[in-house]
Design a protein around this ligand. Structure first.
Ligand SMILES: [Zn+2]
Ligand SMILES: [Zn+2]
Ligand SMILES: [Zn+2]
Ligand SMILES: [Zn+2]
Length: 304
């Protein structure tokens, strides 16, 4: 049949009237943007075909969304890697790294400790001396904020939430800064914006908006957001199979809570034994990948 396209894409004819794009008198065809399964010669044909097409279109659009949701974001975002040793930082990231306000780089405890042993106390990344006091640090942060650095804007937002660096606690201002950082591409800010919408802190509580933030962040490689989406699937939507898929991805990125979630789900027969083994193995591989001699030494030192 001539209407089957060779490349597997939509046939080069209008799905409603059958007019083709090729040859003399050919029409210009446009994809249905929701499903990309069919083409139309114009809005009139698209409208006339809607009723007939609606079901298949919706189904395919949902499939496309899921392909993106489960297929993307298996790699941690850039800010999750130590710029010195280039390894991903173990989770929770705050326990295993320190944030330097001079350059807004997160440096792992292993690298920091190794440098200190060599007597190097300045920032390992940009060589700026560590700020003397809060005012000094805040000035550094403000300089980066003025340059529209998303990491700096997010960091300043966080300080408003906790009232640190001598700032007056102001969660509204915090939300404002998170939102700005998100617009500039901060994945960490996107996760935390989800958290504040979920809690209703400094903003009108909005669970749907929280889920939306986490979904976007999960697609960009945030394992904490991936885990949160899994929880939303269970608590709000009762979709356990989808939750397990999310937990599996986060577990393989080294997120322990997701392994624990799968273990619990397998005890009640929701996750399979195989999924449980896969999660555990994936988690252990991720942890192994994040290990280094310096990091082991640093965590041993912190424990003692
Ligand atoms: Zn047509
Ligand atoms: Zn469609
Ligand atoms: Zn490092
Ligand atoms: Zn620095």
């Amino acid at each position: 049949m001539s209407c089957i396209a060779v490349d597997g894409g939509p046939a080069d004819v209008c799905a409603n009237c059958g007019k083709g794009s090729g040859g003399e008198g050919g029409v210009k065809l446009k994809d249905c943007t929701a499903c990309r399964l069919v083409k139309y010669c114009g809005v009139d044909c698209q409208r006339a075909h809607r009723k007939q097409h609606k079901k298949a279109c919706k189904r395919r659009a949902a499939e496309l969304k899921d392909e993106q949701l489960y297929g993307q974001g298996h790699e941690r975002p850039e800010g999750n890697f130590c710029p010195i040793c280039t390894l991903p930082i173990p989770l929770p990231i705050g326990d295993h790294s320190a944030f330097n306000v001079c350059c807004m780089k997160r440096i792992c405890n292993g690298c920091s400790m190794a440098a200190q042993k060599r007597g190097m106390l300045d920032c390992l990344f940009c060589r700026t001396p560590i700020p003397d006091d809060d005012a000094d640090a805040l000035a550094m942060i403000q300089t980066r904020v003025a340059k529209r650095d998303p990491a700096a804007i997010y960091y300043l937002g966080q300080q408003y939430f906790f009232g640190k660096y001598g700032l007056q606690e102001d969660s509204r201002k915090g939300v404002e800064l998170y939102t700005e950082a998100v617009e500039l591409g901060s994945v960490e800010a996107l996760f935390n914006l989800g958290v504040v919408y979920d809690d209703g802190e400094g903003v009108q509580q909005n669970k749907a908006k929280a889920a939306e933030c986490w979904t976007k962040a999960a697609i960009q490689g945030c394992p904490l957001s991936r885990h949160k989406i899994g929880c939303v699937e269970i608590n709000d939507r009762g979709r356990y199979d989808r939750a397990v898929k999310h937990f599996l991805i986060a577990a393989k990125m080294g997120y322990e809570d997701s392994v624990e979630a799968i273990k619990r789900l397998s005890m009640v027969g929701i996750a399979t034994k195989e999924q449980c083994t896969e999660a555990l193995k994936g988690y252990q591989d991720a942890v192994e990948e994040m290990k280094s001699h310096d990091r082991d030494e640093a965590s041993a030192l912190m424990k003692s």
